[in-house]
Design a protein around this ligand. Structure first.
Ligand code: GLC
Length: 532
């Protein structure tokens, strides 16, 4: 593994650009803001910044409805601001990864405007048009991921078009070679500008059943769940021929060398791992979202890690995601008292870690009053708790007004705790969560075993999760007490007599251990075995 790629060794950090740093006082973050904060990211020690969409967009889904794949929305800046951002990031040793949204465009994209203009338009087939069912209704039972039917009627031409998300987000037809070619050109446009890779939005959606058969009903559906859960999306997503499309994207990246292809995929593990592709020619990193859903106990975590490790194809590189702009923040999900353990787990597991902005200071979900809801999913299905605004609130930089995020009115309200929970306060505190993140990231750099070592399950001792990372003769043990009771009796694994604690989640221990060690409630330690 001495020739490990940067995306194997590195740590990814997701920036939601609307909420990171505003520089022009409009209450929405921008590219100059991200550029201004690059030194913070370099100092934190991450390696790559993934930026959620910055393209021109009507913002029906906050940028995931793209109206021009080769531009920048004026709210974020322009192409020269983007070029400056890439240049400065590279100067600091940071990679830049863009969000690529190929499954659907905005309904305002010129391609769709042409496509819907008439049945005979040359771009008609760039999107998914279908005649009505015999009763005049939608062609099949597919449901939009944001609720409601996934087909909308275009009265002028009498046909329905398919949209896996909002009606403002028509799905492109990836069976059409012209669509593929146009999208490959989009990738080249950004690759030539120096982009280091892409996170591909809903990559498992790209191909649909060619016969458009109904999705089967989900027997496990319970009332109160979002409407999309009524069906199992076995026909509308995850089709066998999607892999050929992904291999095509990957081949474009290969033209430019050392770039990374990340796929957003919400599927069970055995399906997820197929996205490495035949001969690993698919996504380098099919996002592994298990930690976003896991129940936070030692046996459950041990099982899911092993299940994932066991399912990986030979040579497939693992990865772990702790948070993103679509799921509740980790600190809210598992409780802020466990946020430190989550940091240690993410940064000591085998595989590329992806962090979400603000999680390093323990930002929590911010309750958004109904009349201030922005997220279209929340607006479509209010009251179910599907809204994603709570995890998208502005980054908390310091104790000044609006937490240093904006001089204007922030587009989403700031967390109440911003005066105390912020980057400036935690930077000055040697025991803060931010300091823990910095120290864990630094440790991961100085101990390549944590980046590249194999994973050996040791098992669980009650609610303590224990595993070993091993590389070139070095053995590092990780022990995480997920329970609320202290433990005085954690034995070193058989054959090991001594070691040294390199770091504790409490940042107050670095002692040698002999035979065994103790842990406080919610404490984790990383132990170099054999050292003392
Ligand atoms: C992905 C994005 C999400 C977006 C959806 C539709 O899941 O992460 O934010 O709403 O795709 O593009």
């Amino acid at each position: 593994m001495s020739e490990a790629q940067w995306w194997q060794k590195g740590i990814f950090y997701q920036v939601y650009p609307r909420s990171f740093q505003d520089t022009d006082g409009d209450g929405v973050g921008d590219l100059d803001g991200i550029r201004q904060r690059l030194p913070y990211l370099a100092d934190l020690g991450v390696d790559a910044v993934w930026i959620s969409p910055i393209y021109p967009s009507p913002m029906a889904d906050f940028g995931y409805d793209v109206a021009d794949y080769c531009g920048v929305h004026p709210i974020f800046g322009d192409l020269s601001a983007f070029d400056r951002l890439v240049a400065e990031a590279h100067g600091l040793g940071l990679k830049v990864v863009l969000d690529f949204v190929p499954n659907h465009s905005s309904a305002q994209h010129p391609w769709f405007l042409e496509s819907r203009s008439s049945r005979s338009n040359p771009k008609r087939d760039w999107y998914i048009w279908h005649d009505p069912a015999p009763d005049g209704g939608p062609p099949n039972n597919w449901i939009s991921n944001f609720g409601g039917p996934a087909w909308s009627l275009d009265p002028a031409s009498g046909q329905y078009y398919y949209h896996a998300f909002l009606r403002e987000q028509p799905d492109l037809n990836w069976r059409n070679p012209q669509v593929r070619a146009a999208m490959h050109e989009v990738l080249r446009f950004w690759l030539k500008r120096g982009v280091d890779g892409f996170r591909v939005d809903v990559i498992w959606h790209l191909m649909k059943d060619p016969q458009f058969r109904d999705d089967p009903l989900n027997p496990a559906y319970r009332p109160g769940e979002p409407e999309v859960a009524r069906l199992l999306q076995t026909r509308s997503t995850d089709q066998p021929d999607v892999h050929e499309i992904i291999a095509g994207l990957r081949a474009v990246l290969e033209e430019y060398g050392d770039r990374v292809l990340i796929g957003e995929i919400y599927l069970p593990v055995e399906r997820l791992v197929t996205y490495y592709g035949e001969n690993l020619g698919g996504a380098h990193l099919p996002f592994n979202f298990q930690l976003l859903h896991a129940s936070w106990g030692a046996p459950a975590l041990a099982r899911l890690i092993e299940e994932y490790e066991g399912a990986l194809p030979a040579g497939g590189w693992p990865n772990w995601v702790l948070g993103n702009h679509d799921r509740p923040r980790i600190a809210s999900r598992i409780g802020s008292e466990r946020a430190r353990l989550a940091a240690m787990l993410l940064l000591s597991l085998r595989g590329t870690p992806t962090m979400y902005y603000g999680d390093e200071i323990g930002m929590e979900n911010v309750p958004i009053p109904t009349d201030q809801a922005q997220d279209p999913w929340e607006k479509n299905e209010p009251g179910l708790g599907v809204g994603r605004d709570p995890e998208r609130t502005p980054m908390q930089w310091d104790g000044t007004a609006n937490a240093g995020f904006t001089t204007g009115r922030p587009w989403l309200p700031l967390a109440r705790d911003h005066a105390t929970r912020n980057v400036a306060a935690q930077s000055a505190d040697p025991h803060s969560l931010l300091t823990l993140y910095r120290r864990l990231i630094a440790l991961r750099r100085t101990r390549p075993t944590l980046q590249l070592g194999s994973y050996l399950a040791v098992g669980t001792a009650g609610d303590v999760l224990i595993f070993i990372r091993e590389w070139q003769g070095e053995r590092i043990l990780v022990a995480l007490n997920l329970g609320s009771d202290p433990r005085g009796d954690i034995a070193l694994p058989a054959g090991e007599t001594r070691g040294r604690i390199l770091i504790s989640t409490e940042l107050d221990r670095q002692e040698p251990v002999q035979g065994g060690f103790w842990l406080r409630p919610h404490e984790g330690v990383i132990v170099a075995l054999g050292e003392g």
